[in-house]
Ligand binder design. Structure first.
Ligand code: ADP
Ligand code: ZN
Ligand code: ZN
Length: 817
């Protein structure tokens, strides 16, 4: 009897593929193990075993597998079940899910790049002949593709050799290399051990009777250590005791004080010892109990707690309870909100049980977390991660927390599967019979609506921790200010006054600008020309730092022009403004103030983001200028003023969610102000102070914003009343996109009539040399989603069988955001 396996290949084709195996292999193999298989003429893929059986395929002769790659399954049955849901719901292939679900190190394949492993000493005598050939080739060439290795060895099956070389630490599979982070060391002091006893201390103080300044320092150190049981930095001591650094140095030299250094991000995490979680206040406690009660009958609960209400501490209590039972916890965050601040906070409570899973971590680190989760290790009982952590091999997931649930960056856009991590998490929790908390200070319209119809439970916290009031928000009419000549650059007199006052008080400022770059667009004053990207339908934007014009879509760049490319005129104007320009205006207006900037350009690399955050925390920076990134759950103690440079660009964005998003964004940025004692202040500059959303956000009126938006959504047939599927067609020829999109839309209209919108060119109709055209399908609640998708798939198949259209790319985005 012959034996076969059906496998999942990491490619976009919908089906499984059958390969033949021996009887012995059939006994060894299990679902969830990887095998290397030949595919097409010369490719080798890593495939995942789905099913073992004895039915030969009907239309083709099954090839043999090349190699078994695992001793045990690396994918659990539950995981596969979840993958199948994602593939089917988001109209992707199981192979696409496989590809994005596992760390790339699990997918050795013909495109993989091999490099020499640095640093390790290789004992050549231990290498077999074929291993040595590759080793030698890598002495001459820094990287090799699998194809090349295949020709060096003169055989197709190279995976076993590679696997051996990886085990021997000779080579590594290509991974991105990030800039090195130098941990910041902070200088601390403490009293020398000699003076630990009361007696010696008394003597010391007596001897210092004549050295007034030194005595003052010691006494200050005492009072500081008494009030805060934490290490004292030299900086703080200098400040509090008004002593010069020379005085402190003298004390250190005399061995009265002892200095030591701690790495900044480790300060509060001392390895194995953990802290007790905080006692919840009345409002947190109520929310916590509401969630507990809700979980007796429901699986999903929305925690709607205003900024700085202490949602994290509520999560911590819920996590404590779950891990007691031995179950696993997944704490999901949008990529960008995953900060060291939160990591440190959770490690304080849970120590080593917290594992981080993040795309900026190396493949190696990710594989490690994967394996720890797979083996149910304590070390990864709590996983803190971005959306891809949904794909980890959990076996016993008791609780998921999806924090900042309103963030649209939870939706994966490219490549497929285009899943929404929050929604896929709800399904995942169900599969494990676990519970899920969605948390936000500004819930998405969809989730809040779901609480109204009792699909989700709701818990709320309406006060900030410590009863600090939400910041006072002032709308400043910059049209008026311009008219009255009260603007300096992009700053109104009101904003400048508030900045000055805040800085004088020794507090910090955050300025939010919804754009990066210096002055996005260069325009010729003579002929109006502005340099365009040759690949995309957008103007290039000016980046002062590199003195370049860059495309934000494809990274095309040219040097900044001195002359108009069209007419040669030297009079060029800069239009629009970005974070860089704000930063520069500020340094001119307030030369003595330290200004920092946080946007995509300044936060590249694994620790780029962290560096800026620590500098701000340490108060090395007084004013932080930034984009969206600033909104994400950061907890700074000393920020008292938030300025929003221009609220209009967000409000005018052509999208049905623009108003909801503007409300959320402004509310979230505002939430960074006044988090501790004093009420904070927010200044919103706008040309449109009477805009309803601004009026609502200025008084924090979420309820009315929700009602209005819901009315609009009902009237114009948008979520939560209708589901949306967006179909995008892409091709390098304009006409072909046009014609094929018209065909596709017409076919859809045959089935769905007026619920089909478009085809239409998006605002940027060409990206990376491909023209785009969108069709939007609105699906009423009573229409079956499954049947709708079947129709779309059928239309897509017919579409691809038309020879002129075959080369058009069709992208289907279910629940597009
Ligand atoms: P949110 O996530 O709701 O914006 P956080 O959880 O970041 O709020 O809490 C805001 C601040 O209040 C944090 O610095 C946190 O340490 C503090 N805090 C919250 N709850 C408590 C508590 N029960 N006891 C002590 N401090 C708390
Ligand atoms: Zn010109
Ligand atoms: Zn471009």
């Amino acid at each position: 009897m012959p034996y076969f396996i059906d496998v999942i290949l990491p490619i976009p084709l919908q089906r499984l593929f059958t390969y033949s195996i021996t009887e012995a292999e059939s006994q060894f193999l299990q679902q969830g193990m990887r095998v290397a298989v030949p595919f097409g003429k010369s490719k080798v893929y890593t495939a995942l075993v789905y099913k073992i059986h004895q039915t030969a395929p009907e239309v083709y002769e099954a090839k043999e597998i090349q190699q078994i790659l695992d001793e045990q399954p690396i994918i659990t049955p539950q995981q596969l079940q979840h993958w199948e849901w994602i593939a089917s719901y988001y109209m992707a292939s199981l192979g696409e899910v496989f590809r994005s679900a596992v760390p790339s190190a699990f997918l050795l394949e013909s495109e993989t790049i091999i490099t020499k492993k640095d640093k390790t000493e290789v004992d050549e005598s231990l290498l077999k002949d074929d291993e040595f050939l590759i080793f030698e080739a890598l002495q001459h060439q820094s990287l090799l593709k699998i194809q090349e290795i295949s020709s060096i060895l003169g055989k197709k099956n190279v995976l076993p050799v590679l696997k051996r070389l990886i085990d021997k630490e000779v080579i590594q599979v290509y991974e991105e290399i990030y800039e090195q982070y130098k941990p910041k060391l902070v200088r601390y002091v403490k009293l020398h051990e000699k003076y630990a006893t009361e007696e010696n201390l008394q003597k010391l103080l007596e001897t210092l009777n004549r050295a007034k300044k030194q005595r003052e320092v010691i006494l200050t150190l005492f009072s500081l250590s008494a009030t805060a049981k934490k290490p004292i930095t030299v900086k703080e001591l200098t400040k509090q005791s008004n002593a010069s650094s020379a005085v402190i140095k003298a004390l250190i030299d005399k061995e009265i004080l002892e200095e030591y250094y701690i790495q900044r991000d480790r300060v509060s995490y001392n390895g194995d010892e953990t802290e007790d979680s905080k006692q919840l206040n009345q409002y947190q406690q109520e929310a916590y109990e509401t969630i507990q009660t809700a979980f007796q009958t429901q699986d999903v609960c929305l925690l709607y707690g205003i900024t700085s209400s202490g949602k994290t501490e509520v999560y911590v209590k819920l996590i404590e309870e779950i891990i007691e039972t031995g179950k696993q916890v997944l704490y999901l965050l949008p990529e960008i909100a995953l900060t060291t601040q939160l990591i440190t906070r959770l490690q304080q409570y849970f120590g080593e049980k917290v594992a981080i899973y993040h795309s900026k971590y190396s493949v190696h680190e990710r594989v490690e977390v994967w394996n720890n989760v797979l083996h149910g290790k304590q070390k990864a009982q709590i996983v803190l991660g971005a959306r891809s952590s949904l794909f980890l091999p959990f076996s016993n997931l008791g609780l998921i927390i999806a924090d900042e649930e309103h963030e649209t960056s939870y939706k994966q856009f490219d490549p497929a599967p285009r899943y929404h991590a929050r929604d896929a998490a709800i399904v995942l929790a169900k599969m494990h019979q676990g519970k899920i908390v969605l948390g936000s200070a500004t819930p998405s319209i969809e989730s809040y609506y779901n609480t109204k119809i009792n699909k989700y439970a709701l818990a709320t916290i309406t006060r900030r921790y410590g009863d600090v009031l939400l910041p006072d928000m002032e709308l400043v009419d910059i049209k008026e200010k311009h008219r009255k000549k009260r603007m300096k650059g992009h700053f109104s007199d009101r904003l400048l006054e508030e900045i000055e006052e805040t800085i004088e008080n020794g507090e910090q400022v955050i300025l939010f600008q919804n754009r990066r770059g210096y002055a996005p667009i260069i325009e010729c004053k003579t002929c109006g020309h502005s340099p365009q990207c040759p690949n995309c339908d957008v103007s290039l934007t000016f980046h002062q730092y590199k003195n370049q014009l860059r495309c934000h879509y494809c990274s095309h760049h040219i040097a900044m022009q001195q002359q108009c490319l069209a007419c040669g005129s030297h009079e060029l104007d800069t239009k629009g403004f970005g974070t860089q320009q704000i930063e520069q205006e500020l340094t001119e207006l307030m030369p003595n103030v330290k200004v920092g900037r946080m946007d995509l350009d300044t936060t590249r690399g694994k620790y780029g983001y962290q560096k800026i955050i620590s500098a701000f925390e340490q108060q090395e920076i007084q004013i932080l200028v930034g984009t969206q990134m600033l909104t994400k759950g950061l907890d700074f103690r000393n920020v008292n003023l938030v300025g929003i440079m221009n609220a209009d660009s967000m409000l005018n964005f052509p999208d049905f969610r623009a108003h909801e998003r503007s409300f959320q964004l402004i509310q979230q940025v505002a939430g960074r102000a006044g988090r501790t004692k004093k009420r904070g202040k927010v200044i919103v500059q706008t040309y449109n102070p009477y805009h309803q959303i601004l009026q609502q956000v200025s008084v924090g009126d979420y309820e009315n914003m929700f009602k209005d938006q819901l009315n609009d959504r009902r009237q114009f047939h948008y979520p939560p009343y209708y589901r949306l599927i967006k179909i995008t067609l892409k091709h390098k020829e304009y006409n072909r996109v046009n014609e094929s999109a018209a065909w596709f839309a017409k076919s859809l209209r045959n089935s769905f009539g007026d619920n089909v919108l478009g085809p239409e060119f998006p605002p940027i109709a060409r990206i990376r040399n491909l023209y785009l055209k969108n069709i939007l399908l609105k699906i009423p609640k009573q229409q079956s989603l499954g049947k709708t998708k079947e129709v779309i798939s059928r239309i897509k198949n017919s579409f691809l069988s038309i020879s002129e259209y075959r080369s058009v790319r069709v992208i289907i985005d279910v629940d597009t955001v």
